[in-house]
Design a protein around this ligand. Sequence first.
Ligand code: GRF
Length: 200
Amino acid sequence: MVNKKTRIAVFCSGSGSNFKALFHALKVKKLNAEIVLCLSNRLQCGAMEFAHQNSIATVHLTEKQFDSFEAFAAAMVACLKERQIEIVLLAGYLRKVPEAVVDAFPDKIINIHPALLPKFGGEGMYGVHVHAAVIDAGETESGATVHFVNKEYDKGRILLQRKVPVLTIDTAESLAARVLECEHTLYPDALEKLLAEQKS
Ligand code: GRF
């Protein structure tokens, strides 16, 4: 008997390079899971475009569409439940996931952060700010972290982490590019680990 594939939603706000890497890796690694939804706070972005091109359902959801944050959060939970989503992967989603969603999907939401958490995480630590802070601190290594999402920014249990060197000639941009390349293999590996953990 063939096991039913785990249904995954990916949340994105930008270019979606991690989303693309995850989509391809699911096929290459032959994982028993499929991305069935791309949810974004932006109607048009690289991630949404990629989803359309690959016949993945999309949902554009922002707080502005609702009278209250609670209504927005309830709509997000309903959207995930309706589609029988089992795992949520945050891939460059630049909004805080509402607590109601975290509560509805305990240990089912993971995020990728472009640094070695617990260092260089928390509010304001996103994009180029992370890499600039790493260089300013004189670190000789950085990397990326995949972690569970809980109610505090970047504080959930670490699932997988991988290091990259920081070179003396690095700028925040060159370091960002090296870390992003690492993310594209780290995130699929972390997903594989999560799926294996959930099976056992
Ligand atoms: C990545 O660096 C990720 O770590 C961070 O946002 C960026 C998303 O990039 N959370 P992309 O949209 O996947 O290209």
